[in-house]
Design a protein around this ligand. Structure first.
Ligand code: GDD
Ligand code: MN
Length: 372
């Protein structure tokens, strides 16, 4: 006999699912009982106007069911976290309350964790034997595209699945910070365990009530992915931000050159110097505020001057690379100078990024020699 009162807590997030409560709650309890698993159900309802909470509470007298009503907060992912936080069981499960996730699959989801063969199991529609119900084509496409976008984050075949079981100790200490719906993806990316088993299942179309999936949730999904990529690959994310800012500098530079030329009719080369200085300054501000986290509190003048120096070194690097290509690889005639310039830009960017990261915007370096 284990020390846990419940082996499993099955968390059901609900919003307007009153009709589905009598369908799913008794079924979960009987499937678990038949499988010899001691389990409870935790319904986390966001104060649904249709009386979902009351419908669920009816079962609390006879079955191991807890009902939580949240009035302050709304949203699928945070509801699931709230449910997990109430659990004291060995394993936590999350599943849709509308019957989309087959209750019969619960033992197959839970057993591998109880037996110590896995830390996480995820219901998958895309492994052999899995499947989707009668989804319209556009939803199939959206689902496939959503899965492709997670390629750098996880090897899971069905990363947008909402059906999961997890050993509860793996939730402790995780800093979960999801926007929107994809709690399973959030947990799998952050839990960093390879002991994950995918359990095939066929997604049942809901028969009662309606889906809460919306365009807003799809936008939230993109925001969520950005956060997760940042979590997984912080340096790459920083470098991409650096390049976006650098690209914005092109427009500042061009704008200043056109402006100064139009207003004062100066020599174009002189205008270019102004353009360069202006772009360097706006880039500095954006890098400070956005590209480099942790750069905000650093001494401005000092870090700006270092950044200017870095940009000069970057320019020298760029010209050096171009010089080699022109002199030794004959990359100048015809339109080949465009390629040469492009390679020069890439080289300069790499120098700028390295110098910015390790010198101009490095909090440690900038603090050096300063009184605490
Ligand atoms: N507490 C709470 N708060 N529950 C919610 C909320 C909310 O704001 N929004 C939705 N839910 C509950 C629903 O009541 C249901 O039990 C479950 O979350 C899933 O919602 P559905 O509206 O049925 O979603 P779906 O069928 O469109 O999407 C399902 O399939 C997707 C696969 O593409 C979900 O499983 C998704 O997580 C999954 O990605
Ligand atoms: Mn559904």
């Amino acid at each position: 006999m284990s020390a846990f009162k419940w082996q499993v807590s099955v968390v059901l997030p609900t919003y307007n699912e009153s009709e589905n409560m009598p369908m799913i709650i008794p079924k979960i309890c009987s499937v678990l009982e038949d499988a010899g698993i001691r389990g409870e159900v935790i319904v986390v309802d966001d104060n649904s106007p249709d009386g979902t909470a009351e419908a669920a509470r009816k079962f609390a007298e006879t079955l191991p069911v807890r009902v939580v009503v949240r009035t302050e907060e709304r949203g699928l992912a945070t509801a699931v976290i709230a449910g997990f936080n109430l659990s004291e069981a060995q394993v936590c499960v999350v599943m849709d309350a509308d019957g989309s996730h087959p209750v019969e699959k619960l033992p197959e989801m839970i057993r591998p964790i109880l037996d110590g063969r896995a830390d996480i199991t995820v219901g998958s529609r895309h492994v052999t034997e899995g499947g989707i119900g009668h989804w319209p084509l556009h939803r199939q496409i959206v689902s496939k595209a959503a899965a492709l976008m997670t390629l750098g984050l996880t090897k899971m075949s069905d990363p947008t699945s909402g059906f999961m079981a997890i050993r509860r100790t793996f939730l402790q200490g995780l800093e979960l910070n999801p926007v929107g719906w994809k709690i399973v993806l959030e947990i799998v990316v952050k839990a960093r365990t390879d002991r994950l088993i995918e359990v095939p299942f066929t997604f049942n179309d809901r028969e009662l009530g309606e889906s809460k999936m919306s365009l807003k949730e799809q936008w939230n999904y993109i925001r969520h992915l950005c956060r997760l990529y940042k979590f997984r690959m912080p340096t790459l994310a920083e470098f991409i931000r650096f390049c976006i800012v650098g690209f914005s500098g092109v427009f500042v530079d061009m704008g200043i050159v056109i402006g100064v030329k139009t207003l004062f009719a100066l020599d174009t080369r002189l205008c270019a110097v102004f353009g360069f200085m202006a772009a360097m300054s706006t880039n500095y501000l954006f890098h400070r505020r956005w590209s480099f986290e942790g750069a905000r509190g650093t001494p401005v003048v000092r870090s700006y001057l270092i950044f200017v120096a870095v940009c000069c070194v970057g320019l020298a690097g760029r010209l050096g690379v171009m010089h080699i290509l022109i002199e030794y690889a004959d990359l100048d005639g015809g339109y080949r100078y465009i390629l040469t310039n492009f390679i020069g830009i890439v080289a300069g960017t790499l120098v700028n990024y390295t110098g910015s990261r390790f010198f101009a915007f490095s909090p440690d370096r900038l603090a050096f020699g300063r009184k605490k």
